[in-house]
Design a protein around this ligand. Structure first.
Ligand code: 5GP
Ligand code: MN
Length: 322
């Protein structure tokens, strides 16, 4: 593994001719925006590039130019000379991991997760960046300022979504400056947030059920909300559900548990204080100090139990350390 700077990453990209770009399953704005922004920038340099995402893409992201060209099936022959893995490690990309291994493709991994296992061939890891999109912005700059409206829309979306539209603790001057620069290429922030916030009637109604399901634990410091099978099936996306209980006074950690199958539950956590990345990592997941997740081989009630015990232990540890 070789750690690279954004300048060195730009050089690797400039030396490549045909680039495969990929990101994590259950792709969010940062994953998709980073992939599409980098793809378009490489095309602006005359390179060939394709984006592969091994999962369903939520329709709200259709605002991103080039989204329709994202590939979900892998070719039988490999004509790429580099694979760029964005916003996660290669293991979390699903099918791309197998394709890369099969074809011995060198991997340039660009990420901002502290929990990254650092096993790529080339690694550009910046845990202090609010979004992978912020690192991609620097790389595109280093490649020769390859911005246009399409690149800017993708990079702006990547940055804005991962810092809660500039409200979260990861928002720094560099975050705002990079996003502000994208507005010079015609990006309209209100258009992007309006489209990303859009929900179906069923999805909006589901939020009422989420609020109904909220349960407090740990002296009101932990809020749990759950989506059962029926609710998950009625919603194309549950993005944002974990944020609902964050607003509760006194709550440190908001947890959202989502039905996957009878013995599998997806867990999302957001915190004001407790390091939820450490809790997620201890349960096989990962993420950031204030936003993390994992998947548990348990049904909803049992998963809730596991999370509450782990969070209480983490909070107890923090209390003793103070
Ligand atoms: P979310 O709750 O939005 O799914 O994820 C919050 C953050 O934690 C994101 O940065 C996401 O990439 C990371 N994350 C969520 N689930 C996992 C997981 O299972 N493993 C790892 N390594 N990171 C995760
Ligand atoms: Mn991210």
């Amino acid at each position: 593994m070789i750690e690279v700077s954004s300048k060195e990453a730009a050089k690797l990209l400039k030396n490549a001719q045909c680039v495969m770009i990929t990101a994590h399953k259950n792709p969010d704005g940062d994953a998709l925006g980073s992939c599409l922004g980098l793809k378009r920038a490489l095309q602006n340099l005359g390179k060939k590039a394709d984006v592969y995402i091994d999962d369903h893409i939520v329709s709200n992201y259709q605002i991103l130019p080039g989204i329709e060209a994202i590939k979900q099936a892998y070719p039988t022959e490999c004509f790429y000379d580099l694979c760029v893995v964005l916003d996660c490690e290669v293991e979390r990309t699903g099918g791309s991991a197998a394709f890369v291994a099969q074809n011995h493709l060198p991997v340039l991994n660009i990420d901002h997760h502290e929990s990254n296992p650092k096993n790529a061939d080339y690694l550009l890891l910046e845990p202090h960046s609010a979004a992978t999109g912020e690192i991609v912005y620097n790389v595109i700059k280093e490649m020769g300022n390859l911005f246009d409206y399409e690149v800017a829309t993708a990079v702006y979306t990547a940055i804005a979504t991962d810092c809660g539209f500039f409200r979260y603790a990861n928002t720094k001057p560099s975050t705002m400056l990079a996003a502000a620069e994208m507005l010079n290429y015609g990006v309209q922030p209100h258009k992007i947030s309006e489209r990303l916030e859009e929900r179906s009637y069923e999805e909006l109604k589901a939020q009422a059920k989420i609020i109904e399901s909220i349960r407090l634990e740990g002296d009101g410091k932990i809020a749990l909300a759950m989506a059962d099978k029926a609710m998950v099936e009625s919603c194309e996306t549950t993005e944002g559900f974990v944020d609902i209980a964050r607003f509760l006074r006194g709550v440190d950690v908001s947890v959202f548990l989502k039905y996957v199958s009878e013995n599998m539950t997806r867990v999302s956590m957001r915190s004001k204080d407790t390091n939820v990345a450490a809790v997620a990592e201890s349960l096989g997941g990962g993420g950031h100090q204030r936003a993390a997740g994992c998947t548990l081989q348990e049904d909803l009630p049992a998963a809730a139990e596991v999370i509450v015990v782990a969070l209480k232990a983490a909070m107890e540890l923090d209390k003793n350390a103070d």
